[in-house]
Design a protein around this ligand. Structure first.
Ligand SMILES: [Zn+2]
Length: 539
């Protein structure tokens, strides 16, 4: 061990470690995850608000149109804090970077930060790239230098660095020096296969690399031996100043280093200043919303942010915590937006709701019956399976209705959904009846499945009363089974995301519906989607 423990030194408090999030690139390669363009933009907004420093959006190239479009949209957006990074690789052997098919679209993405990976392992250079060791150094140096002329910052990812270092440390270091000579702003040591170094060894190697380079170092590790978080922290102890990882630890095979654990570890256990206290209180909400967008069930045992992270069940534990929280808890759960036990977790949600209510009505009285009523209603709905993190549209409607600030623009009278199989194809038709003012509207529409037919019928019925609805797009629709044990009778949660094309300045919004009947759950979510748009239009 060559480094001294940096913990508890007062000068460490101000020391920054930058967070480089790759949920949208490496995380998106996880089994079971496939972010759409709208998903990616929603995740990026959440990460920016939370306070990560870099958001790696993907790999822009012609075979990957979603990522090309992501960078086009991201360029037109305003980011509070984060810098958007595009990912790619060095130029090809024997070619110049200027007309390289990978580097060109990277530059054209317009991302301020460009990240490329290159080979550090001699075996990969000779047997995978099939080129000479010398040529690989040229490719790294010239690619970095070329990108550096075309963007604000270049991050160099040294792929398979620890494998390479063990096989041929002199050459592995030469590849890093080539990136340094090219002008890289940060050199990231990657444990690409995720099992090449345990923490003490990784710390030692990182410290040795640091003594050979002037460029700031970063760390990117995978969790194949279950130590990705520990390895990331070890690299920081050895002097790495950038940590790459993924929210909730998604990623190929066993996942990437889990930022949801690393961030509080760095801040609370190692004394680094990573995000503000207020942003840190949004950690659990961030974790839950990314799970929700990825359409994955939250892992209740996640450190810090999991539902069970501060839940006490054993009698002696509960008794101890009641007398003195510290006796069975390593920290105050509210610091990461979590709560003690399940009952209290709703109270921690309470302060979040309070902030939202104050945004709706600034002079609202915290002790007023209306606030108590809304909190009770939210709690009741949460117990039913509602989850307002990504359904701000539904929450706003609920709150405003109860505060007497919003009156529904139409009254729903009834619907009928018809699914019939005719000649081998299934046909969906939706009929509905609603009332706008004194007029009763009775409409039917067909669609590509029951929800599409429902959406078509709603818009058809309402558009003549509210023409602005023609610009409202149901951009995303997700269904989650809430109670796996009830089989086909299980409750489902439907979650939508709407984009209003007549108001590009408005952020896309989500709505939610929960029922054992999937048609009813969809209906609730879609009704809110339309009412919320009409509410915003009326303001
Ligand atoms: Zn990776």
């Amino acid at each position: 061990m060559t480094t001294n423990a940096p913990e508890n030194k007062p000068d460490q408090r101000e020391k920054r470690v930058t967070l480089y999030d790759t949920t949208l690139r490496d995380g998106n390669q996880a089994k079971g995850i496939s972010f759409s363009l709208e998903d990616k933009l929603a995740v990026a907004r959440k990460l920016d608000t939370f306070g990560v420093d870099y958001i790696e959006g993907g790999w822009p190239n012609p075979t990957n149109p979603t990522d090309v479009e992501f960078f086009r949209r991201a360029k037109a957006m305003t980011w509070k804090h984060a810098k958007i990074a595009a990912f790619g690789s060095t130029c090809r052997p024997g070619g110049a970077p200027e007309n390289d098919p990978i580097l060109k679209p990277l530059v054209e993405s317009g991302a301020p930060v460009l990240t490329i990976f290159g080979k550090s392992w001699d075996l990969h250079v000779t047997d995978v790239l099939r080129t000479t060791l010398e040529e690989n150094l040229r490719m790294i140096r010239e690619s970095v230098a070329f990108l550096k002329k075309n963007c604000e910052e270049v991050v160099y990812d040294a792929e398979h660095f620890f494998d390479g270092y063990k096989a041929n440390s002199a050459y592995a270091l030469d590849t890093l020096k080539a990136a340094q000579a090219g002008g890289a702003d940060c050199i990231v040591l990657c444990d690409t296969n995720g099992g090449m170094a345990l923490s003490w060894e990784l710390e030692e190697i990182t410290a040795r690399v640091k003594s050979e380079l002037n460029t700031p170092l970063g760390i990117h590790v995978h969790n194949d031996t279950g130590v990705a978080v520990a390895n990331s922290l070890a690299a920081v102890r050895a002097g790495a100043v950038q940590v790459q990882g993924v929210i909730n630890g998604y990623g190929e095979r066993c996942g990437n280093a889990n930022l949801t654990t690393i961030i509080p570890d760095l801040q609370f256990k190692m004394g680094f200043s990573v995000v503000s206290d207020e942003q840190m209180r949004g950690l659990r909400a961030l974790s839950l919303s990314i799970d929700e967008i990825a359409n994955l069930a939250a892992d209740i045992r996640q450190p810090y942010v999991g539902e069970a992270a501060f839940a006490h069940k054993g009698g002696a534990h509960v008794d101890g915590v009641m007398k003195l929280a510290r006796s069975f808890e390593h920290m105050d759960p509210s610091l990461v937006g979590n709560g003690r036990d399940f009952v209290v977790s709703n109270q921690s949600g309470g302060s979040l709701i309070w902030d939202k209510l104050r945004a709706i009505k600034s002079d609202i009285d915290r002790r007023s019956p209306a606030v108590a009523d809304i909190l009770a209603e939210v709690k009741r709905l949460e117990d039913e399976g509602y989850h307002f993190e990504l359904a701000d549209g539904s929450f706003q409607l609920l709150a405003r209705r109860r505060l007497g600030l919003f009156k529904d623009r139409f009254e729903f009278l009834g619907f009928r959904a018809i699914e019939e199989q005719v000649g081998g194809t299934v046909r969906s038709e939706f009929t509905l009846k609603l009332k706008v003012g004194d007029e009763i509207e009775h409409t039917a529409a067909e669609g590509n499945g029951p929800v599409d037919a429902m959406n078509a019928a709603m818009l058809k019925a309402l558009i003549k009363f509210f023409p602005s609805l023609k610009d409202l797009e149901l951009a995303d629709f997700k269904v989650r089974v809430l109670d796996n044990h009830s089989g086909a009778g299980a409750k489902v949660r439907v979650w939508t995301r709407y984009v209003d094309h007549s108001h590009p300045e408005r952020e896309p919004y989500g709505t939610i519906g929960v029922s054992t009947n999937i048609i009813e759950a969809s209906w609730l979510a879609l009704m809110d989607g339309i009412q919320y748009k009409l509410m915003l239009d009326g303001e």
